[in-house]
Design a protein around this ligand. Sequence first.
Ligand code: FAD
Length: 439
Amino acid sequence: MGRGKSERILILGGGYVGFYAALGLQRRLRGGEASVTVVDPQPHMTYQPFLPEAAAGAIEPRHVVVPLRRTLKRCHVLTARVTKIVHEAKKVTVETPDGQQQDLDYDVLVVALGSVARLMPIPGLAEQGIAFKTIGEAIYLRNHVMSRLDAASSTVDENLRRKLLTFTFVGGGFAGIEALAELEDMARYATRYYENIDPSDLRWVLVEAAGRILPEVRESLGVYTVLQLERRGIEVYLSTLAKSFENGHVVLSDGTEFDSDTIVWTAGVKSNPVIAASDLPFDDRGRVRAKPTLQVDGVADAWTAGDNAAVPDLSRIEEDPDALCAPNAQHAVRQANVLAKNIIAVLRGREPKQYKHRNVGSVASLGLHKGVADVYNIKAKGFIAWAMHRGYHVGRVPTFNRKFRVVADWLLSGLLRREVISMGQINNPRAEFDRVSRS
Ligand SMILES: Cc1cc2nc3c(=O)[nH]c(=O)nc-3n(C[C@H](O)[C@H](O)[C@H](O)COP(=O)(O)OP(=O)(O)OC[C@H]3O[C@@H](n4cnc5c(N)ncnc54)[C@H](O)[C@@H]3O)c2cc1C
């Protein structure tokens, strides 16, 4: 027996989990069975694995995001930021772009707020650092890196030139390595258009606290990736901590010091802090405690999945009874599909199913025609891995529209060469207006 009234389903977050859960619900819900509202400060879902290629100009940034309103036609989309969850009262407070607070009532809650950058109390980090998680950051970094080349080619100050051409990345997970490798590849290519900048003038530095990079793939591929990066002249500091970034002066735990005008912080993520301030049960890392059915543990009418959830990994439960699903897109998409089906099952009086998926591995791009892959127990390097990366992700990016546009971008840059123009003005669009108004 179903619950017999039209339920209000409220989805917090329109990223991987929120988007796919809403898609699954709108496809399956019968007319009048339930309404679905998705709340996100952004009007789009971001396909994060394509951010490095968007930053490198291989893909047009608009094509790595999927508009929520166009795709979720049977859902309500609210552009707002969730500030408070009081599940006991079934109330969520949101802040709309005009700064107003609104309370939203609901019957069923889906918590899909993802993760945020994990910052550390390092002097200068808050002022100098930039994360790499949103499309805005990817666009900013591309323009920033290219505009450093422009500024360096025009200055007569040798020290400043060196600082402008030094790019530091902290964190050797997928996001950091792919962003570093793609941007380095782009910048090296771009130097051919600068008569006074040689590729060897660029200094790229990777700092990683652990003794290896890319924990998502087997160690041998991590070692291979370090060798590949070093062969390209990238300096890799393993088992090293960043101590200070004050005024763009980088100090590392091994005593190395240098100036760098670009500091990209990709040293891990943590669960969205809205959760730790809510009345939902959460673990020591601020993740909502979930049952294998993706219901919030011990709480009725609340569901969760993705980076902000501690979901038991049933595929590894025999080796490790406390194993949790890793925070990655592979789990997020599959969990969202199960979550949508389970919500409908419960609405219709049926039992929800348990989520179980064995990680199939990972693919990573390290720049044009370069990559590493470790999928279905197959290890691959170089061009083959890069082709696998492209094939896998174009198959995965949501909607035919985006698949088509991404492939078209790749074909165009193959045919017409990659685009390396700097649009640094975007980072400060009012500067010209201010100058004119002051003159
Ligand atoms: C650069 C990069 C590359 C990656 N590459 C891979 C890869 O190759 N393979 C892989 O498996 N994984 C990859 N990942 C990880 C993967 O993208 C995440 O695991 C996945 O996005 C998690 O999905 P999610 O729905 O939990 O979170 P997200 O997709 O991050 O969605 C969270 C949503 O919540 C919204 N939100 C945040 N705060 C609020 C708030 N207060 N109120 C309302 N909404 C809010 C955000 O705007 C966002 O839309 C990558 C991540 C990055 C950053």
